[in-house]
Design a protein around this ligand. Structure first.
Ligand code: TRP
Length: 439
């Protein structure tokens, strides 16, 4: 097969928006608001900002630069780096991040399916007339969700088949700005509900005592890694489509900033509304699929706001799923020299089929999601970090990172990346195992 020229993002904006598409997802919407309220309100922001802007940004810089310098996803990159130094087990380590991202893809598309169904139900106005907890429980965890799961996968496959610039970048350039606009509209609606201010207080009045509780820091750390999609594959593959003249450092900072803004907006939508209606601000699936529909049911013009809400969640979730699908497919493309269409379809079909048993059994779904996010994702991130900063070497890594940047990083970055960052992911892994999930 002839080697084709590697695709690229058209420029910095398209790249940042695509990475934001990956970063902004369920972590921002169903984890962050709840954690912000639970771990000390505004006090939680301090450890969170520290983690996301030091470790999160370091991780993004590393993954982007790794992809760009090897002109390939992490499977290719890690293999090459091990080979160059004659290290053994390169292939074994190299597949781990890709396996992790494929594992996330498998359960994430199921949730995308749920969100699609809720979006359609909100369009039809169905959410107004049903018993919401029943509606969710009679659907999620049953064979009824399979069709929606399939639809979610087909949408992802179609976008990724179109390619990096024509598919991924183009769709993110539309849906990411739309998502922010919708979030602002929803936030204004939520904040003007009577009783909403109680929720704002819950979110924002700091309880400084939480800064002295280790759990606050642990949750902030896990959140920071998950929310910017660090697992050694997703962001590496987007970095591999980056031109040499794009500033990786400022791009990474932008991704972290806008990802954080979206999480804050989501919090200011969800928690005040929950308080206004006297509901418990829960975490996880019940927040999106039970609490929020309940709020829309009782809210004036709830019909319109429910449509806006669910379309924005569709945007957030789909754009993350396409990153996972791209990362998995690119590994196939580079490993087997396969055409894009073929490899995306193969990955889509396999991931869908493996997901079916999880569709019909919520316990299995939970166990799978936990296993992947607690073990495989941090392990993937550790391997990529060691491959790039240790084996490939911090000196060369720094040079690649600084290429195209207006304000290059100094030598101080080397120990930060090599020791502090790598060591932090090891901690994420260990704490995740101890506490059964922190990401
Ligand atoms: N960042 C995404 C979210 O907040 C989820 C995510 C984690 C992810 N790891 C990933 C997305 C790897 C793409 C690739 O929901």
């Amino acid at each position: 097969m002839v080697e084709r020229k590697r695709e690229t993002f058209s420029g910095k904006l398209g790249f940042i928006l695509s990475c934001l598409g990956s970063a902004i997802g369920l972590g921002n919407i169903w984890m962050f608001p709840w954690r912000l309220g639970k771990y000390g309100g505004a006090a939680f922001l301090i450890p969170y900002f520290i983690c996301v802007f030091t470790l999160g940004v370091t991780g993004l810089i590393g993954e982007f630069a790794f992809g760009r310098s090897r002109q390939g996803g992490s499977l290719k990159g890690i293999k090459e780096v091990f080979k160059e130094k004659n290290l053994r087990f390169g292939k074994f380590f190299a597949v781990m991040p890709t396996l992790a991202v494929s594992g996330i893809l498998i359960f994430y598309t199921i949730v995308v399916g749920w969100v699609l169904r809720y979006f359609c139900a909100s369009l039809k106005g169905n959410l107004n007339s049903v018993d919401i907890p029943k509606y969710f429980n009679n659907f999620a965890g049953t064979s009824q969700s399979i069709g929606w799961h399939f639809l979610a996968m087909v949408i992802g496959v179609v976008i990724v088949i179109l390619g990096v610039a024509k598919g991924i970048e183009r769709i993110n350039k539309i849906i990411m700005p739309s998502l922010f606009i919708i979030f602002v509209i929803l936030m204004i609606r939520s904040l003007t509900l009577s009783g909403a201010m109680e929720g704002v207080k819950y979110l924002l009045v700091p309880d400084w005592s939480y800064l002295f509780k280790p759990m606050t820091w642990i949750m902030a750390l896990g959140q920071a890694f998950f929310t910017v999609s660090l697992n050694g594959a997703g962001m590496v593959v987007y970095g591999s489509y980056l031109k040499k003249d794009v500033d990786i450092i400022s791009s990474s900072i932008n991704v972290a900033i806008f990802d954080t803004i979206s999480a804050l907006l989501a919090s200011l939508i969800i928690i005040p509304a929950a308080f206004a209606f006297g509901l418990d601000p829960a975490a996880g699936p019940s927040l999106l699929f039970i609490t929020m529909p309940f709020i829309f049911k009782s809210m004036p013009l709830g019909y319109i706001f429910s449509i806006l809400f669910f379309i924005s969640i569709v945007f957030a979730a789909i754009s993350s799923a396409i990153n996972m699908l791209e990362a998995s497919s690119e590994a196939f493309i580079s490993q087997f020299k396969m055409r894009r269409v073929k490899s995306v379809v193969i990955i889509g079909v396999i991931a869908f089929i493996i997901g079916i048993p999880l569709d019909v059994d919520m316990a299995k779904f939970g166990a799978w999601a936990d296993f992947i996010t607690i073990y495989l994702a941090p392990i993937g991130a550790i391997i990529a970090s060691i491959a790039f900063f240790w084996i490939y070497g911090a000196d060369r890594a720094l040079k690649d990172i600084n290429e195209g940047s207006k304000k290059p990083l100094g030598k101080w970055f080397k120990p930060v990346a090599k020791y502090l960052y790598t060591f932090s992911i090891v901690i994420v892994l260990i704490l995740g195992i101890i506490y059964n999930g922190i990401g």
